[in-house]
Design a protein around this ligand. Structure first.
Ligand code: KIV
Length: 273
């Protein structure tokens, strides 16, 4: 796969992402959960593919990310890895797999890396999980942080509203971002926070800051692929730009197939043996 719109076809590494920030080149990141989608996303030139625990919502139909298991994440990550040549592939550690203690976190992190072959892991949280982040990094596993709206804590937040609007939460977020950088994380996702705050973090830190609902003053953007392709009509947050209306395209195509079968026009003489 050559990489659509991509000049540099080398495999993306964590080191390359930091170079991209230094060179002022924006980073494009999208989720994928299966082989077919990952091949398309990688071939289109996306730099980082995330096996998000949003698989819990978009693949399994759960209302939160909490139910997805370690085994299910490993299944999605293994499928994605079969379809990727260029992008850096990051897998979310699911809820419950790293919050108990650093030892359990490292054991589960090693399982994901060993069984899926992915390149790096993403964990939600700052100071609360910093010992686990350090232990996973000490095992030689690259870690991406995730601050702001961290969906695994939705039951604590009680709302999917914008985070860190008040000064106390904003200052904690900035401090957490510094902690993650000092620990050795190679990048941080900031989700659904004010654009100015995200811009401040991106300018204070040396590692890339990837935003989702965090404005344009960051080093890259991430979206859930099913949402940006318009496969899900019911989810319309302000930050989501729909690049296609696949819900309509797919419904029309499937509806046409149903009509053709019922009308006996599929298959025709050229579509049989
Ligand atoms: O699970 C996910 O898709 C994510 C992105 C929203 C960053 O964590």
């Amino acid at each position: 796969m050559a990489g659509y719109l991509v000049e540099d076809t080398r495999k993306v590494t964590t080191h390359r992402l930091i170079e991209m920030k230094q060179q002022g080149k924006k980073i494009a990141m999208l989720t994928s959960y299966d082989y077919t989608m990952a091949r398309i996303v990688d071939g289109a030139g996306v730099d980082v593919i995330l096996i998000g625990d949003s698989a819990s919502n978009v693949m399994a139909g759960n209302t939160t990310t909490l139910p997805i298991t370690l085994n299910q994440m490993i299944y999605h990550a293994t499928s994605v890895m079969h379809g990727v040549e260029r992008a850096l592939v990051v897998c979310d550690m699911p809820f419950g797999s790293y919050q108990v203690n650093p030892t359990e976190g490292v054991t589960n992190a090693i399982r994901i890396m060993k069984e899926s072959g992915c390149d790096a892991l993403k964990l939600e949280g700052g100071a609360e999980i910093i010992d686990t982040v350090k232990a996973i990094l000490a095992a030689g596993i690259p870690v991406m942080g995730h601050l702001g709206l961290t969906p695994q804590s939705i039951n604590k937040f009680g709302t999917y509203a914008v985070r860190a609007k008040d000064e106390t939460e904003a200052e904690k977020l900035v401090a957490d971002a510094h902690l993650l950088e000092e620990a050795g994380c190679f990048a941080i996702v900031l989700e659904k926070i004010p654009a100015a705050l995200a811009g401040r973090v991106a300018s204070e830190l040396h590692i890339p800051i990837i935003g989702i609902g965090a404005g344009s003053q960051v080093d890259g953007q991430v979206l859930v692929v099913n949402d940006m392709l318009g496969m899900n009509k019911g989810f319309s947050p302000k930050f989501l730009r729909r690049y296609a209306d696949l819900h309509t395209v797919m419904t029309d195509a499937i509806g046409q197939y149903v009509s053709d079968v019922k009308a006996r026009t599929f298959p025709d003489e050229n579509e049989q043996y």
